[in-house]
Structure formats: C-alpha cells, structure tokens
Design a protein around this ligand. Structure first.
Ligand code: FRU
Length: 476
C-alpha cells in the first residue's frame, strides 16, 4: 500500500522522470496531463470558495495501468493550473489496491467525496475476478478545503449491492433531488449486462438501495462512470458502456461514451430512458464527469484516452507519461441533444488573431501548432482540410471524417453522418485535436502525433465563408 509518506519520499527521487517529460515535444501546452506517469479519469471535480479542484486517476511512477492515487490540480481561472500533492492514497485495507474513480458534492461548506476502494481478491485474468474476485467499497470522506481530508468511511460494500451483481460496481456520483441525495454507481450484472445502480440517502452516511437503471435489451456488459444531472430542464444519464458492437460509424471505439435523456418520476420511482447518443466522435474520449461551478455553469472534463485501447505505440511513453484530460467544456441542452462549448476563459489564451475569407485563408495561415480555428460557412458544400501532416478533416456525401494517417499511430478514421455543416472550431495542441462541429453538437476529440510540430492548415473547398484563426499560448 502506498502512503502519502512513501509517495513524497519516492517523488523526490524521480527528477529524471520529470526531466524526461519536460523534454517531450508532444507535451501538451494547454491541457492537463500527468506530471509524470499515467493519468485516466477526472475525479472529484468541484469549485470551493473560488478554487476549482480537478483530481484525477493517477499512477505517478509508472506509464501503464498501475495502482491508482488521486492526483490533484487546482485553478482559480481555468487557464493557469497548479500541481498539488496527490489527494488520496490507497492506504487502508478497504482501498488497498487503488483509490478508484469518484466525485465530489458540496453541501453547507463541506465537500463530500465518494470513491471506490478497490480490493483485488484474485488475478485480473481470472474469470472469478469478474464475478466475485474483488471487493468494491464505496467510501466517503469529507474536506473543508479540498486538501485535508477526514477519516475514510465505507458506506457500501459488496453485500450491499444487489445479489445478481458481479464484482464490478464502482464510480459513485451524487445527484440531489429535493431533500434526497441519490448515488449512481456503474455496474455489471452476473449475466454480463451493464447497468447503473441507484442508492438514496438523507445524511450521506446511510444509503438505501433505490433502483437500477438499465435498457430492456442489453447494451454492453458493463457501464462505468455514470453521471446523473439536470441540464436545461432535462435529466441526463451520462455513462460509458463497455462491450457494444460497432454499427456503421457508431460505437467505433473499444468502449463507448454517451448519454441517455431520462425522465425520472421520483414520486413513484419509475423512469423512461430515451435514445443513447455518443458524446463524441473522436478516438480518445472516456469517463466524462461534470459539476456546477460558482457561475452556475455545468462544466465537464473527460479523460482523453480509453481503457484497454491499444496505446502501446504512443510516443509519449518513452518520455515517461501517458494521457491527458480534455479541455473543460460547458454543457447545454438544445434541440434534444447536448451541446458542448469550450469555456469562455480559454479566449485568454489567444495570442494573435487573423480573420479572412475562406478563399484567402491558405495564403495567410500562420505556421504554428497551438491554435483555435473557427470556420463559418455561407453555403454548404464538400471540403477537405489538411489540419497537419497527414491529418485530414473531410466532408463528402454527407459524411464528416477525421482521418489521422500515420499521425494516428495505428488509428485511422472516425466518421459521422451529418446532413449539414454550418461551422466548426478546431482546438489544436501539440498532440491533441478537439473539433466542435455545428456549434458543439458534434465533437471529435483525439490525440495525434505528427512528425512536424510547426504546420500550416490548408483548406480545399469551394465554399464561401469566414475563418477566424488565433494562435494560442499555453500554461506549460
Ligand atoms: C474508467 C475506470 C473506472 C475506475 C477507474 C480506475 O476508466 O476503469 O471504472 O474507477 O477507471 O482507474
């Protein structure tokens, strides 16, 4: 078990790892990445007395899937971030094999955190590891300031979950309705059907089983990282299903990330699920978590990566780090779907600006790698945009495709059928691209590793329209 003291001692000895990260040309400039080692899900997102806390699944001394801590960044302004000491360590019997994902909920000036304490009773490759080979403890801690923490209390353990659950139950998130707190947990039944378990509490100490959210027909064998929240009057269940077969352009990644609009009648404890929609069309998106900030915005961050996807060719591994978080995004619900937009604050990263007509753009485009580029079309025709090296963004026959070529390190194309494109905005960082299409109704989030890190965008299109191009500065 790694305690805080062990970590601090070991961290002092890892200057060479930090130097190696600092030398990596693919190190991101305006995205959160691990100081060293491996990062996955964002955890415990909240804003407390002005300070935003962004915790994350973290393996500091290993670039692979090792024992998890909670790493910690803070920010006042969402554009400059401070690396804090890790917040949670697997230092108890109840979380000895990893402090897994969890969330924060602020009530009466106290931050309540719930997370999964992972205890492995068997080997990962053993089938029983799925059915009963691990203990999944739901653990509660509190903090007044986001740094110090109370004693860890187990509020739910294996025998509190329904009898037909496998050993895979995790990733608690709180939703408040009236005076009740509902906890959602991602789960896999013994019949290998993904679902979400709901518990209800009045005091954050006792949690009673409330309901199970599932589809009539199986949609994957496991649902991870659920997030239940209200958005512009619509209740949303965000979730990451594993084990869904690809259908045409849909569900093309190894595991999925998306949401159901859900109507929940809390008086009668019944619900109806709408259609599942993918949150993102890119290669690297998982474990989104949202929170309401002090301005009342619903902000979401995700892991720019996916578990069990083949990342062995990722060049950052030789520089002692792997993965990153997405840019923070504001969510809204329009025309029966979620719309994602980058935070206003990111405009402060703009260094220089250029506005041209679409036809003149190629002559004027600066050479750079960190930029924001908005294209607005007056009419709607096909286009082919060379974003960098062999990375193309192509709209043809009502199909929009992001093609990574060699820069994808083994990954090739992702597409979506779209009948119209009015605009898109690309956020490019050294080794990531996030593209918000039609005001954020579709998004492509992807890591990319180009040969050259100084590039010009080239637009091939007969469309008329405008381009706004901003070089962006970074905070690291
Ligand atoms: C999702 C996930 C969670 C788990 C965590 C462990 O990426 O597998 O279900 O809590 O990562 O790091």
């Amino acid at each position: 078990m790694m305690t805080k003291e062990d970590y601090l001692k070991q961290y002092k000895n890892y200057q060479s790892m930090r130097d190696n990260v600092a030398k990596d040309p693919y190190r991101l400039h305006y995205h959160l990445m691990p100081p060293t080692g491996f990062l996955n899900d964002p955890n415990g997102l909240c804003q407390n007395h002005g300070t935003y806390h962004i915790y994350f699944q973290y393996t500091p001394f290993d670039c692979g899937w090792g024992t998890k801590l909670w790493g910690h960044y803070t920010t006042q302004d969402m554009i400059t971030f401070k690396q804090e000491e890790p917040f949670l360590f697997p230092d108890q019997q109840a979380d000895r094999d990893g402090v897994y994902s969890g969330s924060a909920f602020i009530e009466n000036n106290t931050i309540h955190y719930f997370y999964t304490g992972n205890v492995k009773l068997m080997d990962r490759d053993d089938y029983d590891y799925i059915q009963n080979g691990r203990e999944q403890n739901t653990i509660h801690i509190t903090s007044q300031d986001g740094y110090s923490l109370s004693k860890k209390e187990v509020v739910l353990t294996n025998h509190d979950y329904p009898a037909d659950m496998s050993a895979h139950v995790r990733d608690p998130k709180i939703f408040q309705k009236g005076n009740d707190y509902y906890m959602v947990l991602g789960a896999r039944s013994q019949n290998n059907k993904g679902c979400v378990l709901m518990y209800r509490s009045h005091d954050f100490i006792h949690f009673d089983y409330y309901n199970r959210i599932e589809t009539p027909d199986k949609f994957g064998y496991m649902w991870e990282c659920p997030d239940l929240f209200e958005l512009d009057g619509q209740l949303i269940l965000m979730v990451c299903p594993q084990g869904v077969e690809q259908i045409a352009y849909d569900y093309a990644n190894v595991y999925q990330t998306g949401y159901y609009p859900i109507n929940f009648d809390f008086d009668n404890n019944t619900y109806q699920l709408g259609e599942f929609k993918e949150l993102d069309r890119g290669f690297d998106i998982y474990a989104p978590q949202s929170f309401i900030d002090e301005k009342g915005r619903r902000i979401q961050l995700s892991w720019m990566g996916i578990p069990d996807a083949s990342y062995h060719n990722q060049p950052t591994i030789s520089h002692d780090w792997q993965h990153a978080l997405t840019m923070p995004r504001v969510l809204s619900y329009q025309d029966n779907q979620i719309v994602q937009q980058p935070l206003e604050e990111l405009k402060q990263l703009r260094k220089s600006s250029l506005t041209t007509s679409l036809q003149d753009f190629n002559q004027h485009c600066p050479t750079c790698i960190c930029y924001e580029m908005k294209v607005e079309f007056d009419n709607d025709q096909e286009f082919n945009i060379n974003i960098r090296d062999d990375v193309q963004f192509i709209y043809q026959n009502n199909v929009l495709t992001l093609s990574l070529g060699e820069s994808g390190c083994g990954r090739t194309n992702r597409s979506v059928q779209l009948n119209e494109i009015t605009d898109f905005t690309i956020y490019s960082d050294t080794s990531s691209i996030e593209i918000f299409v039609n005001g954020g109704k579709e998004v492509f989030t992807t890591r990319v590793y180009s040969q050259t890190l100084q590039q010009k965008v080239h637009i091939n299109s007969h469309n008329n329209g405008q381009v706004h191009f901003y070089e962006l500065s970074g905070y690291h």
